[in-house]
Design a protein around this ligand. Structure first.
Ligand code: CP
Length: 405
């Protein structure tokens, strides 16, 4: 794919690019996780909570379903996906948007030589947003620049949402991960936390435990270097106070964190630590017993080159698999997350762990539908309409502070 027209824009640091993806005060395109400020993360989390409550009733569902009935979404996913594709589709359906899809370029006119940029321009002729996943890094970013150039010349342009770009970024996965972590550490939601109003009980054992993400210790285990979900989430966690990020990964340069990424996190004041096993000590205690949240990932074998297979044979991958015994030693309120898919053959999270109350990965995937609906509502500027309706609805029907969440 030829990115010649965009090269000078692509080579800039992310923080310089971010204003290009705004429309006034609001996000227009969603390309990088770093576009989400802490304030916006909180706002989107609240909208998602409101949507999920409203969607439970016929009246609320009908209200939501009418909000974006006049909009159409294109799901352009030319790299495999289950969760991102389906949760975006379900999010569109919740808000009443019609969806179309292209999942295989071989059945589009790209098979006749049409360029992917012409395909994108065509989508912008028929639809109101493109949600895309591509194996080509920076393609979604270039599409956003193309839309900006069209806007400059007063031609039709639409928002672009990056649903995972090569090994680069997966910003909406980071969004759903943060939403899940917010809910778990609210110690309030009876579905995402193990028990109702559990915090008071826990504080007898953990007196310093507070609500929220600040001050928590996170573990990231697996394929750190090639894991776009880890990179995107770790960037967002860097916005919170006093978080510790512990990376548990083989000490192989093709799997461990890059120096560049380590420096980026350290420059933000994040406490970054690296380990080779869950049993490594932190102030005398095994790491696994100190974590508030553990984010497991699979080793992405599909990216292995033939020479990697040989080099990786030296690694004891058993250190990067979770077992029921390890989970039983975690704090009772700790959360185990995984972006999925998990690798059934490798077994980084065996299914026997699924019943443990610390397992949140299926809820995490479902949260993706609610937070993506919130994101679409925000992009199309109907989020305040949802908040107003929710306020009236809950005031009439239940105690606001309980019912709203
Ligand atoms: N987590 C995630 O992106 O899953 P999919 O690849 O199934 O979309």
């Amino acid at each position: 794919m030829d990115f010649y027209d965009y090269e000078s824009r692509l080579s800039r640091p992310v923080k310089v690019k971010i204003p290009d993806f705004q429309a006034g005060e609001r996000l227009n395109h969603v390309i990088f996780a770093d576009q989400f400020t802490r304030g916006l993360l909180d706002r989107l989390g609240r909208i998602a909570d409101q949507i999920r409550l409203l969607a439970k009733s016929r009246e609320g569902g009908r209200f939501l379903n009418d909000l974006l009935r006049h909009k159409r979404a294109m799901l352009y996913f030319t790299q495999p996906s289950t969760r991102t594709f389906l949760s975006f589709m379900a999010a569109c359906q919740i808000l009443g948007m019609a969806c179309s899809e292209v999942r295989d370029p071989a059945v589009s006119s790209e098979s006749k030589g049409e360029s992917p940029f012409d395909s994108m321009r065509m989508f912008s002729s028929y639809f109101d947003v493109v949600i895309m996943r591509s194996k080509t890094p920076q393609y979604a970013e270039c599409c956003a620049y193309m839309m900006n150039d069209l806007r400059e010349t007063s031609r039709r342009n639409i928002p672009v949402i990056n649903g995972g770009a090569g090994a680069d970024e997966h910003p909406t996965q980071a969004l759903l991960d943060i939403y899940t972590i917010q809910r778990v550490f609210s110690f309030f939601h009876n579905r995402d936390s193990s028990q109702w109003k559990w915090l008071d009980e826990l504080r007898t054992r953990y007196p310093n435990l507070r609500k929220g993400i600040d001050g928590k210790s996170f573990g990231f285990c697996g394929d750190i270097r090639r894991g776009r979900t880890i990179r995107s989430l770790a960037s967002l966690l860097g916005q919170y106070e006093d978080v510790t990020l512990n990376f548990i990964t083989p000490r192989h340069p093709k799997l461990a964190m890059t120096q560049e990424y380590r420096t980026r996190l350290l420059n933000r004041g994040v406490d970054v630590r690296e380990y080779g096993s869950f049993e490594d000590r932190v102030d005398g205690e095994p790491l696994i017993e100190t974590l508030d949240c553990l984010y497991m990932t699979r080793i992405q074998r599909e990216h292995n080159r033939p020479e990697d297979e040989e080099e990786f044979r030296e690694i004891d991958f058993g250190n990067f698999k979770l077992t029921p015994q390890l989970v039983s030693r975690m704090k009772p309120y700790a959360a185990v997350l995984h972006p999925f898919p998990r690798d059934a053959e490798f077994g980084e999270i065996p299914t026997t762990i699924d019943v443990d109350p610390r397992s949140h990965y299926f809820r995490q995937a479902r949260n993706g539908m609610w937070i993506r609906a919130a994101l679409l509502a925000y992009l199309f500027d109907v989020d305040s309409t949802i908040t107003d309706f929710h306020y009236d609805y809950t005031r009439e029907t239940q105690d606001y502070n309980v019912g709203a969440l």
